[in-house]
Design a protein around this ligand. Structure first.
Ligand code: E4P
Length: 219
């Protein structure tokens, strides 16, 4: 399973990238707006810091402008993935950019059939928004499993990128559902490393070792 960090915060990226398990970054206009008005600089820094794919979302609305901006974003750095919201009026834009070989991440996907539509266009990533499903009382894992099933049945190349993640438990269920990729907020990523039994175990090993009063393991 590939793990992306869902953030535009450079401090978090700098802190968590050395773990060696983060494969890429997803950003969106809401995440970028939290980092102040210097979005170009923020995105340049992120693309330079991260060796893997960095998703940057279009902010234009009219399909012609989305097409133009999609091409501009694709030129921004070598590791760019252009993020485009799922919509009927963007299907032709998505088709054109996918045929040009531009890696695309189709965002705001809420049904398995929406995923099927863009899988047919050969996009690189399809992002079902799990947390927002759960927010409205829909079983997100059920829908994710159906989406993964459809992808596997028809052998689409697109990767299912589980997004809008709200908890570590949800992450585990996403892994069990065989999603190709997950994008997690930094706070949830950090939670995986915090477990009271792990912390208590380390403290116990240390206390027992200190009883020997030795300064080195091999002395
Ligand atoms: C995905 O790429 C999005 O950036 C993100 O997961 C949205 O999550 P939210 O529902 O927490 O805003």
């Amino acid at each position: 399973m590939k793990i992306f960090l869902d953030t535009a915060n450079r401090e978090y990226i700098k802190k968590l990238l050395p773990t060696g398990v983060i494969d890429g970054i997803t950003t969106n206009p809401s995440l970028l707006s939290k980092e102040g008005s210097q979005s170009k600089q923020v995105l340049q820094d992120i693309c330079a810091m991260v060796p893997g794919p960095v998703s940057i979302e279009v902010v234009e609305k009219h399909p012609d402008a989305v097409l133009k901006q999609g091409r501009e974003i694709a030129q921004f750095a070598k590791n760019i993935v252009v993020k485009i919201p799922f919509a009927l009026e963007y299907m032709q834009v998505i088709k054109t950019l996918a045929h040009e070989g531009i890696p695309l991440n189709i965002t705001l996907v809420f049904t398995p059939l929406q995923a099927l539509m863009v899988a047919k266009l050969g996009v690189t990533y399809i992002s079902p928004f799990l947390g927002r499903w759960d927010d409205i009382g829909v079983d997100s894992i059920d829908l994710l499993e159906q989406t993964v099933d459809i992808k596997e049945t028809y052998d689409f190349d697109s990767q299912i990128l589980a997004a809008s993640i709200r908890s570590v438990l949800q992450w585990q269920k996403v892994a069990e559902a065989s999603a190709d990729v997950i994008t997690v907020p930094p706070a949830i990523f950090e939670q995986v490393f915090k477990h009271p039994l792990t912390e208590r175990g380390i403290a116990m090993f240390d206390a027992d070792w200190q009883k020997l009063g030795k300064t080195s393991l091999f002395e």
